[in-house]
Design a protein around this ligand. Sequence first.
Ligand code: PMP
Length: 439
Amino acid sequence: ANQRYLNRTKNSEVRHKAAQQFMPGGVTRFTTFHRPYPVTIIRAEGPELHDADGNRYLDFINNYGSLIHGHAHPTIVRLVQRAVESASAVSASIPEQMELAQLLCKRVASVEQIRFCNSGTEATMFAIRAARAFTGKSGFIKMEGGYHGLHDAVEFSISPPLVTGERKNTLEPIPTSSGISHNLARDIYIAPFNDTHAIENILLEKAQEIAAIIVEPVMGVAGIIPPLPGYLAELRRLADKYGVLLIFDEVQTLRLHPGGAQGLYHVEADLTAMAKIIGGGFPVGAFGGRADIMSVFDPNQPGHVSHGGTFSGNNITMTAGIASMQLLDKEAIDRLEALSSRLEKGLSHVIQKYNIPAAITRVGSMLNVHFTKLPPIDYTTAHATSKELGTLVHLELMNYGIFASPRGTWYLSTAMADSHIDETISGFSEVMQKISRVI
Ligand code: PMP
């Protein structure tokens, strides 16, 4: 146990114990759970969090990348306050839906039409459903370690046991969670990320059964793993060659460029799943793409695909989303890149100085510290990270007021300034100095 963490977070511990009576494990998201217990946050503003014991943290999780403008951004707060007063969610059209739809279609070149839902989970669920309806096929390829939310179809091979040796053609889909039907595995084909041969091998044999390839252009949950040069373009080529659709899960990567990862890497998807930043901090998801594919949702068409949702396209989310996307112009993304590059340089310098066996991966304002010798390129190489070191560093960083995810992922926000980055590098340096004495 980290004694300093325990001493600093006594009120959080009391609250966590109380919460255990009413919520399994004392939490309501597995992603907020870590040992010995997560802190309870009382207030958050801009880049800062304040916990139940009065500790301040700089927030580098930003609700897993959804708060690209930090907490309680004044413009978003003002507009949302007005929206709350003007209506609650209505079961009719509202102008804000059209406005956010138009904004997103203008930004992401391949997205001609879009629909809103309430989470990234729903976004990938409906994107896959659309691909199946359009192609009349039900199989799909997903990457080993790829994360697309929590619906049954994609809860396979997110953190499977490592396969070594003759592995490339033999990756079995493995349910990540208990409670997932093994029968669903017959629709799922698993390939390592950054390996186009594995994809082509699957397609050569099974293209007639496969509706789509779903991929995060930069792997997020697996540890911010960038695509190798040409990888995404080759996926595009293979999808066209074998008559399957290409779905980009841009739930995390939309922040990288005004046109998302598609704009950054100049590759167009057929369907795109979005969430997080497009809701300005409120629950959101969206899926969009080619108009001919999206027409499967048109209620005028017989046999159209079901998509609804009581809170889909609600006025609070739409209002915050419009503001969030307008604030995230090219200039804002360039500023994030500068902050993030400054952070990467600082952290790398510290890692070298203390000779820590760590590698950093970064794309734009997403960064990951891996306790591996080399930067990972797929699930297997990312999995080689030292979990013990990761846990130790995570809690120590919190002791120094740095709130990064337990798996070592950092997301920056436009609420940050150079001074926050420099403060963070100093804290990281103290932590690494300590760590270097115990490893
Ligand atoms: N896809 C990706 C790439 C994600 O990172 C996430 C969330 N971390 C999801 C889908 C699911 O989004 P949500 O948590 O909003 O359901």
